[in-house]
Design a protein around this ligand. Structure first.
Ligand SMILES: Nc1ncnc2c1ncn2[C@@H]1O[C@H](COP(=O)(O)OP(=O)(O)OP(=O)(O)O)[C@@H](O)[C@H]1O
Ligand SMILES: [Mg+2]
Length: 369
C-alpha cells in the first residue's frame, strides 16, 4: 500500500499544508527543528491512531490552537482510502471514507506502517518496557483484538494497584478483579508467545544476511510467569500467581506478577546482548527486528506496509545502510535526513525529495536513476 496525499491543519508546527507523495521513495530533508519528524508523526497516526513519540494526543495540536486535523489519502489494492483524524482538547474523532469510525480500533485494519527511529536503535539495550512496547505495537497492528484486550488489562491493573494502596484493603474485591485480570493477562501471554516465535524465525534469517552468516541471533520470550500450552491453563496459572503474591503486593502497593513485567531476550551465539552485546550487535539486532516487522505484516495481512525511517540512516554504518535500503525496495518509504548526499541518492531508486522549513514543505526535485 502507499500514501498518496496528506493534508495538515494546526498539526504541531504545520498550520496548513497539503503534500502529494511519490509512491516509492520520499526523502524529507531539512535543518534541525523544522518539522521533519512532525511530518512522519502525522503519517504514523493513520495506522495506530496515536503517535510514536507521545501518549498525549493533545501535544500534537499546534501551540495556541484548539484543535488539529490530519487527512490522508492512501491506496491499498488499487482502492483509495480516506482517513481523517481530528484532535481537540475534548478528545479524538476518526472518519474513514467519510463515515465516523466508532472506535480507534477500526484504524488498525486499514493502514499498516512500520516506523524506525533512533529510539528503536536502542531497543535491545534499553529497559524491558521498550521491548514490550515494540511487541505490543506490532501485535496491535496484526490483531486488533489484542489492542482491545491490552487496553482492558492495563485498566484493570491500574484499578488493582490503586486498591492495593488503600488503607482498608478489601481482599474479596481484589479477588474479583484478579479473575478478570488473569483472563486478559493470559491472552496477552499466549499471543506474545506466538508472535515472538515468528519474530525469531524471521529476524534470525535477516541478521544472518546482515552479518554474512557470521552471527546467529536468537530472540526468545521471557515471560514474567511461566508460559503454558493452553489459554485455560495460562489463566489458572496467572490467577494462582496473583493470589500467591497478594500479601507481598499489598506490602509493596503494586502488582508484582503478570505480563506487564515481561521481557524479550536477545542472544547472539548464546550471549545475552541486552547486557553484553557490542553496539554493532545491538544495532544489527534492532535492524533485523524492524525488517522482520515488515515481512511479518506482509505475510499475515497480505499488505506491504509503509516504512518511516526517521533519521536512522546516519546512525548506521555504510554496510548496514546499504542493506537496509536494498531490503526495502518494494515498499513505500519516507526518509528524514538533515543531509542528502549523492551516494544516498544513488542507492535509492526513483523518488522525490522534499525540503522542510519552519512548518512548510517544499518540493525540491523528482529524480530517477
Ligand atoms: N505542538 C506543537 N505546536 C507547534 N510547534 C511544535 C509543537 N510540537 C513541536 N513543535 C515544534 O516543532 C519543531 C520540531 O519539529 P521536528 O521534531 O519535526 O524537527 P525535525 O525537523 O525532525 O528536527 P531534527 O532534525 O532535529 O530531528 C520544534 O521547533 C518544536 O518547537
Ligand atoms: Mg527529527
Amino acid at each position: 500500500m502507499y500514501l498518496k496525499k496528506i493534508e495538515l491543519k494546526n498539526f504541531r508546527n504545520y498550520e496548513e499544508e497539503e503534500i502529494t507523495f511519490d509512491n516509492k521513495i520520499n526523502i524529507i530533508s531539512g535543518k534541525n527543528a523544522q518539522g521533519k519528524t512532525n511530518l512522519l508523526e502525522s503519517l504514523y497516526i493513520m495506522s495506530l491512531g496515536k503517535s510514536f513519540r507521545t501518549n498525549k494526543d493533545i501535544e500534537m495540536i499546534g501551540f495556541e490552537k484548539d484543535y488539529c486535523r490530519v487527512k490522508s489519502t492512501s491506496v491499498k489494492e488499487g482502492r483509495e482510502l480516506e482517513i481523517e483524524i481530528n484532535i481537540s482538547r475534548e478528545g479524538k474523532s476518526v472518519k474513514i471514507n467519510g463515515r465516523k469510525a466508532e472506535r480507534n480500533i477500526e484504524l488498525l485494519e486499514n493502514v499498516y506502517m512500520v516506523v524506525f527511529s533512533p529510539e528503536d536503535m536502542k531497543i535491545v539495550k534499553d529497559e524491558p518496557e521498550k521491548r514490550r512496547r515494540f511487541i505490543d505495537r506490532e501485535l496491535c497492528q496484526l490483531l486488533p483484538i489484542y489492542y482491545k484486550n491490552l487496553g482492558r488489562y492495563k485498566k484493570i491493573l491500574q484499578q488493582r494497584n490503586s486498591l492495593l494502596k488503600q488503607q482498608n484493603i478489601k481482599v474479596d474485591v481484589i479477588e474479583v478483579w484478579d479473575e478478570i485480570l488473569a483472563e486478559c493477562g493470559a491472552k496477552i501471554i499466549q499471543e506474545r508467545g506466538r508472535f515472538i516465535e515468528k519474530l525469531n524465525e524471521t529476524s534470525r534469517n535477516i541478521s544472518k544476511n546482515i552479518t554474512n552468516g557470521k552471527e546467529t541471533m536468537e530472540i526468545s520470550y521471557e515471560p514474567n510467569i511461566d508460559k503454558k500450552d493452553s489459554l485455560e491453563e495460562q489463566k489458572i496459572h496467572l490467577r494462582n500467581q496473583l493470589s500467591k503474591n497478594l500479601k507481598n503486593d499489598i506490602f509493596r502497593g503494586s502488582t508484582s506478577v503478570g505480563p506487564h513485567k515481561d521481557d524479550l531476550n536477545v542472544c547472539v551465539e548464546g550471549i545475552d546482548i541486552r547486557r553484553f552485546g557490542s553496539q554493532g550487535q545491538q544495532r544489527t539486532a534492532a535492524l533485523s527486528m524492524k525488517l522482520a516487522e515488515i515481512k511479518i505484516i506482509k505475510e499475515e495481512t497480505g499488505v506491504l506496509p509503509i516504512l518511516l525511517l526517521d533519521d536512522v540512516l546516519s546512525e548506521l554504518d555504510e554496510e548496514r545502510q546499504e542493506f537496509l535500503i536494498h531490503s526495502v525496495n518494494e515498499v513505500q518509504v519516507f526518509i528524514t535526513t538533515t543531509e542528502i548526499n549523492d551516494k544516498l541518492k544513488a542507492q535509492l531508486s526513483a523518488g522525490e525529495i522534499f525540503f522542510a522549513e519552519k512548518g512548510k514543505i517544499i518540493r525540491l526535485e523528482k529524480y530517477s536513476k
